[in-house]
Write a protein that binds this ligand. Structure first.
Ligand SMILES: NC(=O)c1ccc[n+]([C@@H]2O[C@H](COP(=O)([O-])OP(=O)(O)OC[C@H]3O[C@@H](n4cnc5c(N)ncnc54)[C@H](OP(=O)(O)O)[C@@H]3O)[C@@H](O)[C@H]2O)c1
Length: 511
């Protein structure tokens, strides 16, 4: 039996856990991720006393900034993006004293010499114990040169303290490049010190999937092919490219969101109970799910997957450009902004249960949710008149926004006749806990700084994820724009995506 007296992701974890003393080194410190997410998350940890007093942050980037300029820019980032702010200027002064900037290109060895000297000084001035956490907040093309320089300067050495590395998604752009990148990282850091971020795993609602499934007794017995008709995983965005045209046009939505976030959600929904709550016990079970996903053949891709690209339309009342009119997009681009796929997990628990995944940009609203539709009841009792009122039970896990879980089931309407209706029983994070959930990056930075890997993807998981999407990406590349369906911005995707389910006698849940 799982020992629920401990935090689900770390044995012996207590609420008063604090990160180890350490120096965070952020490569790409003048970039968007650092400004919007990393520094605000570190500052929130600091405010909640989850960072120790002996920490330091060294930003590493090319721009000609001083320590002072770096601090000023980061303060602006915090004002715009931090979760907690009111009256925190004084705390900021304390936090900012631990912020430093190292100007260098990623390729220049001298920049790493200076970094090494700075880290040694910080061990003395800030008592960082020789512990280093390197964060690659850079374009993926820079990962290899940085890792090479870290190795060449022996910055990964654990002579005096620990050294860990966090890498951002995407890990490669296909299976071959992800293998190459993983092996480049492993040539300097062993797997036990590599933290691959999929920030979805840092979300409270995502972590709660395991708790919901394995800390309650009533769901697990029906969590299988005997009772579940199918599963839907939706990642809907209402936004378009938001200045990311050059990156997105090369990547597409499958690489950007499906290969990582959606497949991670699938593993958490489908995995077997782990034998313990240690990182590798959980990751072993997730890997088994990915390995059980039936790989599509080239021919099957056309039948099991649909892709789309948005044209101009209205999203929440506002006019939106078509994809091909967006800045930095090729005029004849075949990049998909919408994808839907039907997958099967060929194991004992899920045999024959389709997992329908859909992901898209410029859809009517932002929403990430997972729904589990249970099987229909035998239509005996409620006969012809009420037949349509009896719908299969549905369990919905809302990841964002309006985080929560609800169960839709059939109930009798009050009154003398036997009239049936769908009703909901629900739980909402906001109402139940009254405090806003921490940002995913807060949790993930805290975990990395305390050596907890459960919420980070292991190399074999990432490669298994690529293995699943490669046939789809290969087939679509081969077809170019042929078979790429248009949908108007502000709608729920191309009609063909609806046919994917109606052919099976099912339909997408209306969100
Ligand atoms: N932004 C997000 O919300 C987000 C979310 C999820 C994942 N990610 C991932 O996080 C990573 C970083 O994204 P980002 O949006 O922060 O990128 P970004 O805004 O383009 O920032 C890139 C950073 O890298 C630095 N840089 C680039 N080339 C350099 C070189 N040769 N030498 C030294 N510094 C160099 C830039 O420094 P200068 O500007 O000083 O030249 C800048 O600090 C990417 O892998 C992205 O996919 C980002």
């Amino acid at each position: 039996m799982l020992d629920l007296s401990v935090n689900p992701f770390r044995e012996g974890l207590t609420e008063s856990r604090v990160a180890d003393p350490c120096a965070f080194v952020i490569f790409g410190a003048t970039g968007d991720l650092t400004h919007r997410k990393l520094i605000p998350a570190l500052f929130s940890l600091y405010l909640e006393s989850l960072l120790p007093s002996n920490f330091a942050i060294v930003g590493f980037a090319r721009r000609d900034w001083s320590d002072e300029r770096f601090r000023d820019e980061m303060w602006q980032g915090i004002q715009a993006h931090a979760r907690r702010l009111a009256g925190e200027r004084e705390a900021w002064e304390g936090f900012a004293r631990s912020l430093f900037y190292n100007r260098s290109t990623f390729q220049d060895p001298e920049g790493y010499d200076r970094l090494k000297t700075k880290l040694s000084e910080l061990d003395k001035s800030h008592d960082t114990h020789g512990n280093r956490l390197f964060y690659l907040a850079t374009p993926p093309s820079d990962y290899e040169p940085i890792i090479e320089q870290i190795g060449a300067h022996n910055l990964q050495s654990e002579e005096r303290g620990w050294a860990r590395i966090i890498v951002e998604k995407p890990i490669g752009t296909d299976l071959a490049s992800s293998r190459e990148l993983n092996s480049a990282i492993r040539s300097v850091f062993p797997e036990s010190r590599i933290y691959r971020i999929d920030h979805f795993l840092g979300k409270e609602t995502v972590q709660n999937i395991l708790v919901f499934r394995f800390a309650n007794s009533i769901f697990e017995p029906i969590w299988n092919q005997k009772y579940v008709d199918h599963v839907q995983i939706t990642n809907a965005e209402n936004i378009g490219l938001e200045g990311r045209g050059a990156f997105f046009d090369k990547a597409g939505i499958v690489r950007d969101l499906a290969q990582n976030h959606q497949l991670q959600l699938l593993t958490l929904m489908a995995m077997e109970p782990p034998s313990s709550l240690r990182a590798d016990a959980i990751r072993d079970e997730k890997l088994k799910v990915l390995q059980a996903v039936r790989l599509l053949t080239r021919e099957e891709v056309d039948e099991h997957a649909v892709r789309g690209q948005y044209t101009a339309g209205l999203v929440q009342g506002q006019p939106a450009l078509g994809y091909l009119e967006e800045p930095n997009v090729q005029p004849d681009s075949a990049t998909e902004t919408y994808a839907a796929v039907r997958l099967f997990v060929d194991n004992w628990r899920w045999a024959g249960v389709p997992f329908y995944l859909r992901v898209g940009k410029r859809l009517p609203k932002k929403s990430t949710e997972i729904s589990l539709q249970f099987k229909e009841i035998p239509n005996i009792l409620f006969g012809a008149t009420q037949k349509d009122a009896v719908r299969p039970d549905l369990l919905v896990i809302r990841i964002q926004p309006d985080e929560g879980i609800f169960l839709r089931f059939t109930s009798k309407e009050p009154g003398p006749s036997m009239r049936l209706q769908q009703v909901r029983m629900g739980f909402q994070y906001g109402a139940s806990f009254g405090t806003p959930s921490p940002e995913a990056y807060e949790r993930l930075l805290l975990d990395a700084a305390s050596g907890e890997q459960a919420l980070f993807a292991r190399d074999d998981e990432v490669e298994a994820q690529w293995r699943i999407v490669m046939p789809v990406l290969d087939r679509w590349r081969e077809l170019g724009r042929q078979g790429l369906h248009e949908y108007q911005a502000g709608t729920w995707g191309p009609l063909e995506a609806f046919s994917l389910l109606t052919r099976d006698g099912r339909r997408w849940r209306r969100i």
